[in-house]
Write a protein that binds this ligand. Structure first.
Ligand code: AMP
Length: 404
């Protein structure tokens, strides 16, 4: 299957080729034809499946074929996303996929002053990508009118509800025309998501790829049981042993992320934190540094990490396990994207063992494997003795890597 087989315009196919997309991913193969037909779509897909292109490509195509930009002025497509990072990434996707499609799009999100955003809106926008809070704010100030909307996309709806955006979303919906095409994406479908979708979609087509309980198969997973105070030493050891030069590291708290950055910098490892307490420009700077590989480790909290899209990210490290098992799946979905291989390494302290149990329940019979044969050879306590003496000056111990 190719994008040409899906009847995608040559100009868009060319742009996709330049991005290195040869074949559509399963969610793209399933969703694109329905969106092109004008149907409402309910998509169940986790991040990393290619869901952004699954809606951005057909929307760009419909803009072109329906000559939407030549119709009455006003915003024709609204994309709602939970985080600024995801919103920015969606904006970049529209730029990447449609350089030859003559549309104007802009991204609006909170945490920064609104001047640039309102100026862009005043100059006229065809596609608006927004986080719900800032959108509501700018609607209330009269900068955004939604009565011309023809396409409405809600991305990562489960995360938007987690973040408390339900009221904003409900208010935004009341301002949309009834006659529109709606595309709804969520990684999980608890009852409240179903209810929201039922109220929003008209005769929707359901498209689904691997449920949230099925992490990307391409990701090799491994776990270390280690005491909390030994994690930073273990991290250093794992980076060296596995020759890791670029990894996204997950923490549960902002404070923990800041502290780990300090420890790593002491070790001489370049690292930056990305979380909600950082200013938007600091977050962007950290993300850019990570993407262009001047920063080796990006230390992220879960909310901040949504929407981080780093091409060919090879390693995800769960320095702290998440409290909610599904979050583990989202985290490791940052690597092994669009069919490429990846490695997820997790550290589990005694007090995190219940989290690990929940994760294992969700993973079912997925095999957690050693990531390098080297570790197979050395990972007994006795074998690691000399190494630990070298690396653990104060004689702290970690229990070694366990195989499942
Ligand atoms: P998403 O789920 O939209 O966040 O996309 C996950 C990753 O897959 C991103 O890095 C995209 O650039 C990439 N991607 C999306 N579609 C394709 C495709 N058809 N072929 C290769 N990579 C893709």
């Amino acid at each position: 299957m190719t994008f040409e087989n899906l009847n995608i315009l040559p100009a868009i196919c060319q742009a996709l080729k330049e991005k290195g997309y040869v074949n559509p991913t399963p969610i793209q193969e399933k969703a694109i034809p329905f969106i092109l037909e004008g149907k409402d779509v309910f998509g169940c897909a986790q991040t990393g499946t290619g869901k952004t292109a699954a809606f951005a490509v057909p929307i760009l195509q419909l803009f072109h074929t329906k000559q939407l930009t030549k119709k009455t002025p006003g915003i024709k497509a609204l994309i709602l996303a939970p985080t600024r990072e995801l919103a920015i990434q969606i904006g970049e996707s529209f730029t990447d996929y449609g350089p030859k499609i003559n549309i104007k799009h802009t991204v609006i999100f909170g945490g920064v002053s609104q001047g640039n955003q309102t100026r862009a809106l005043q100059q006229g926008v065809d596609i608006l990508i927004a986080t719900p809070g800032r959108l509501m704010d700018l609607m209330n100030q009269g900068f955004v009118k939604l009565h011309t909307i023809e396409f409405f996309v809600l991305d990562e709806v489960d995360r938007m509800l987690d973040m408390g955006f339900i009221r904003d979303i409900q208010k935004i919906i009341t301002k949309l025309p009834v006659k529109r095409q709606t595309v709804f994406f969520s990684a999980t479908v608890p009852p409240e998501i179903k209810k929201l979708a039922n109220g929003l979609l008209t005769n929707p087509v359901s498209v689904q790829v691997a449920a949230v309980s099925a992490p990307a198969e391409a990701v090799k997973q491994s776990i270390y049981f280690v005491e909390k105070q030994d994690k930073k030493d273990l991290l250093k050891l794992v980076l060296e042993k596995e020759n890791i030069n670029h990894a996204l590291v997950f923490m549960r708290t902002k404070h923990g992320a800041n502290k780990l950055v300090k420890d790593l910098v002491k070790f001489g490892v370049s690292a930056e934190a990305i979380h909600g307490n950082k200013s938007q420009s600091a977050r962007q700077k950290a993300l850019e540094g990570f993407k262009n590989r001047t920063i080796k480790l990006l230390i992220a909290t879960d909310i901040a990490s949504r929407g981080i899209d780093v091409d060919k990210l090879t390693h995800v490290i769960n320095y702290e396990l998440p409290e909610v098992a599904e979050t583990y799946i989202h985290r490791i979905g940052r690597t092994g994207r669009a069919g490429e291989g990846g490695t997820a390494i997790s550290f589990c302290a005694t007090e995190e063992k219940t989290y690990w149990k929940d994760i294992l329940k969700l993973l079912g019979n997925v095999v957690i494997i050693e990531t390098t044969p080297k570790f197979n050879n050395v990972r007994t306590l006795a074998d690691t003795e000399p190494e630990r003496k070298r690396n653990f000056s104060n004689n702290r111990r970690f229990s070694g890597k366990r195989k499942f």
